[in-house]
Design a binder for this molecule. Structure first.
Ligand code: GLU
Length: 305
């Protein structure tokens, strides 16, 4: 395989302490070339240290979207691609107690608040606001429920109105003070809590949500280097804040470029025709798949150096 870990700062490997990484797919679809590259990056980074560990974690908390067959399908694809992992894969669906206890900690320091807004109320409110810069999930939450008093919150909870839990990003950043994180491609980045705003940490329907679960599990699994697509760079601002509030260690990061199709469009899970399984069934070898990935990265990756 000739793929390179593009544009990395080499000093990160100087100490040669074991590097622990993870690949964290959601079993909601088949793996495509973007996932193959993400898994390869994570494993390759771990292999840069002599006792590196590459872990597999199933992000399966969004239970209505999970399909049981995909756990096995993902494992089959990774083995076929020559990307074996260490240890039994962790399933987030088994980690509810850990997420609840993290939520309770955040509640006890006043860093989260219940939000009773419906999706359409939020849309109507954001439409009224002057347009602000926003992340991949749209404009940040306008903060409507942040202003509710404890009595008002209690009244709504007692009335049985469904609620999510949101990070009070302003208060959280006052508690944490200024923060930064290190990315192996992008360098040192100052945390800007307002980028994604008051994100949801527990959803009305499924409870603990991505931002909370990922932070709790990266610490639980002893991840030293979080690798993931550059589309998630903004999420890391939230994650550093949560790590600090929950007194968890700060890993290093590598936000890698995204594999795109021939039109420069990001690959989507829905496009089953581009899945690793269908490429395999069409007679492609793992080496050919990595060559396709390399070609895509050559024409789409932003060269940072
Ligand atoms: N499940 C996420 C994804 O597939 C992983 C996010 C992460 O690595 O933090 O994009």
């Amino acid at each position: 395989m000739t793929l390179q870990l593009q544009g990395l700062t080499r000093e990160i490997f100087a100490g040669n302490a074991p590097i622990v990484t993870r690949f964290a797919p959601s079993p909601t679809g088949l793996l495509h070339m973007g996932h193959a590259y993400a898994a390869w990056v994570a494993r390759e980074l771990a292999l840069q240290s002599t006792e590196g560990i590459f872990l597999l974690r199933f992000e399966d908390i969004d239970t209505p979207r999970v399909k049981p067959d995909y756990y096995d399908a993902i494992e089959t694809d990774l083995k076929w691609l020559g990307l074996p992992w260490n240890e039994t894969p962790l399933r987030q669906s088994t980690r509810s107690d850990a997420y609840q206890s993290a939520l309770a900690q955040l509640k006890s320091i006043g860093a989260i608040y219940p939000c009773f807004c419906t999706r359409s109320e939020i849309l109507a409110e954001t439409a009224r606001m002057p347009s602000a810069p926003h992340g991949p999930d749209g404009p940040p939450y306008p903060g409507t429920c942040r202003a509710l008093s404890l009595e008002q919150q209690q009244e709504k909870i007692e009335a049985g109105i469904a609620h999510s839990w949101r990070l009070n990003s302003e208060l959280a950043s006052q508690l944490s003070g200024p923060l930064e994180f290190t990315d192996l491609r992008f360098g040192r980045i100052c945390v800007e809590p307002s980028l994604l705003g008051d994100v949801i940490l527990a959803r009305k329907d499924i409870g603990p949500a991505y931002h909370l679960a990922v932070v709790v599990d990266d610490a639980f699994q002893g991840i030293t280097h979080v690798t993931r697509g550059e589309d998630l760079l903004q999420s890391t601002h939230v994650h550093r804040l949560l790590q600090t509030l929950l007194k968890l260690p700060a890993p290093a990061y590598l936000h890698h470029p995204l594999v795109t199709d021939e039109h420069g469009k990001r690959l989507a899970k829905r496009a089953d025709s581009q899945s690793i399984a269908s490429l395999r069934n069409a007679g492609k070898s793992p080496q050919e798949i990595f060559t396709l990935i390399e070609r895509s990265l050559d024409h789409s990756a932003t060269d940072i150096n």
